[in-house]
Design a binder for this molecule. Structure first.
Ligand code: ZN
Length: 577
């Protein structure tokens, strides 16, 4: 008698090969058999009639570093079939850390990733100093998904150099040795690798550039050497100019990444999107990755797989924020603000005003030097590849009204809770042609969902569901992908790169991290603003329908859209090659 059999589904095993009818048998948290009409008897049977059975999704680019400490559901990722998340991306992390430096690493995470400091103050219960202690803390708090962690270079630097010098100076040889030693201990204890940021735009709440930006070659090479001697782990990074701030840096950065991958003898992965300022730059990165692969060097550009967008709304960001009469409303609760904004006289005044210059610590204010053909309506079934006819510009033309006036009125809909999509990357041509090229490229890696981050701007943690519905079913404006490919890109592919060899495939002996998906019903809901962070902090969430069940280590964590209360998720450790 085994624990569970999932019966009668179409099995997509994660390898990329075609779906086949079959059952999946599970015992003691592992898959024991996959095949048609299994005769094993089980304590429980789960019907997958008419549904797909896939491995659980592995999201390798999140910033849930703090959230996993207070939210056992790791929401919203767990609602999108995600069974493993990787934290510690982009050079950020909460360990190693000495007690006096806790505020510094916290203010960096909150500053770079737009997470409210009040939430971090209240939500983080510090109980570690070195990295192995941190991993133990992650492993011992029960949650519904598995968590794997990269070591953030910024924290390493602050640990070795102190909270002042780390933000300013080159490291001394003894400090470099300390960083290397801490990294070695972390990898040995189960860290999945190292992340770093070379972008001066990654700033803490006080406007200081991230410590890793100040690292010189000597320091980086010493860290690469740790990887070479340990023979495990992956390196993730934000490269210099990644936000389009320094478009000419890309050649040098790609050469540096390749050199680092050679020194470390380990894969290097980095996010790159198509930006309007340099719409062909992403291609260079993908070409270089292919050149590198030809000689056995792994460079893996990460893509979101759709437009990157900011959600515009009265509770998030909008172009009226710095107009004097809007500012005069102060911090009124939403309902009151909406009531005031509906007043025709105030409306007229705000519409006629020029905005004041935005403060420097609001980097997103510049976004709103924006174009109406980049803003799109989000309706009940969110469309992330909207045609030009769905843009604010088109709507304003149809109504023969100024765009800004139409936008003002749209923001007041649904009692001020409406959200609009503002395309900021991967959408220069106004469709998903580039996203398609990225997704089909042999070196691409699914990532950049940024779960847990940019709480007041984006909700891309829902992208695992989007990839299935849009690319394998709904897309009308260009070619689609077989669902087996989309599943592979979120399961076996990332799991293998991150050394998570016990998951990502439906094979006997591997972990029973599994999704049962009613594909005909699979649907993203609309994103919405909630205030459920610690200290009533604000964030964006997004749900989905159509997941029949999600299993982690053989336990059903979600069934028909509901949390079952099971908390089998621990620490995801890398397995040596
Ligand atoms: Zn990131």
């Amino acid at each position: 008698m085994i624990d569970l059999v999932i019966r009668g589904g179409q099995v997509i095993d994660g390898s990329g090969s075609g779906a086949t009818p079959g059952d999946v048998a599970i015992d003691a948290g592992r898959i024991v058999e996959v095949g048609p009409s299994l005769t094993l008897s089980a304590r429980r049977e789960l019907s997958a009639d008419g549904a797909y059975v896939t491995p659980g999704f592995v999201d390798i680019h999140t910033h849930y570093d703090a959230q996993v400490l207070w939210d056992p559901l790791v929401s919203p990722s767990s609602e999108h079939g995600v069974t493993s998340v990787v934290i510690g991306n982009c050079g950020l992390g909460l360990a190693p850390v000495r007690p006096p430096d806790r505020p510094a690493v916290q203010r960096l995470l909150g500053g770079v990733e737009d997470i409210p400091q009040d939430a971090l103050d209240e939500g983080i219960q510090w109980s570690w100093e070195n990295y192995p202690e941190y991993l133990k803390a992650l492993d011992s708090s029960p949650r519904s998904v598995e968590v794997g962690a990269l070591v953030g270079h910024a924290a390493l630097r602050v640990y070795a150099m102190g909270g002042e010098r780390a933000y300013r100076d080159a490291a001394r040889p003894d400090e470099i040795a300390e960083m290397a030693d801490q990294l070695r201990q972390a990898l040995a204890a189960g860290a999945l690798g190292l992340s770093t940021s070379r972008s001066p735009l990654h700033c803490d709440c006080d406007g200081r550039s991230t410590p890793s930006y100040f690292a010189l070659d000597e320091e980086l090479n010493a860290l690469a050497e740790v990887f070479r001697s340990e023979g495990r782990g992956v390196i993730e990074l934000s490269f210099r100019g990644s936000a389009g701030d320094d478009p000419d840096a890309i050649e040098g950065e790609l050469a540096w990444m390749r050199d680092f991958a050679v020194r470390a003898k380990r894969p290097v992965t980095f996010g790159i999107a198509q930006l309007d300022a340099c719409p062909d730059r992403w291609k260079l990165a993908y070409d270089r990755a292919l050149d590198a692969r030809a000689v056995g060097i792994e460079l893996r550009p990460q893509t979101l797989g759709r437009m990157q967008s900011v959600l515009v709304g009265l509770q998030t960001v909008h172009p009226f924020a710095y107009r004097p009469s809007y500012l005069a409303l102060g911090e009124l609760p939403l309902a009151e603000r909406v009531q005031r904004l509906r007043d025709p006289a105030l409306r007229q005044r705000i519409l006629s005003e020029e905005p004041l210059p935005a403060p420097e610590n609001d980097p997103f204010a510049v976004l709103f030097d924006y174009a109406g053909d980049r803003v799109f309506i989000l309706d009940e079934n969110p469309d992330y590849e909207p045609g030009p006819e769905k843009s604010l510009a088109a709507l304003a033309r149809r109504e023969a009204r100024p765009e800004i006036e139409v936008l003002y009125d749209l923001l007041l809909e649904e009692d001020g809770q409406s959200l609009l999509l503002y395309a900021v990357a991967n959408y220069s041509a106004g469709d998903h042609g580039v996203a398609y090229e990225m997704l089909s490229h042999p070196c691409s890696l699914m990532g950049l969902g940024d779960g847990g981050a940019h709480c007041g701007l984006i909700c891309d943690a829902s992208v695992p569901t989007f990839l299935l519905t849009h690319w394998s079913r709904d897309r009308q404006r260009g070619p689609r992908f077989p669902i087996e490919w989309i599943v592979h890109k979120q399961t076996a592919d990332p799991a293998a790169l991150f050394g998570l060899k016990d998951r990502g495939l439906l094979r006997p002996g591997l972990r029973a991290d599994i999704n049962v998906i009613d594909f005909s019903q699979l649907q993203l809901e609309r994103p919405r603003v909630v205030h459920d962070l610690p200290a009533a902090g604000r964030r964006l969430v997004q749900g989905a329908r159509g997941y029949v069940a999600t299993l982690v280590a053989g336990q059903i964590t979600r069934e028909h859209g509901r949390d079952t209360g099971a908390r089998p998720g621990g620490l995801a450790r890398a397995h040596a090659v």
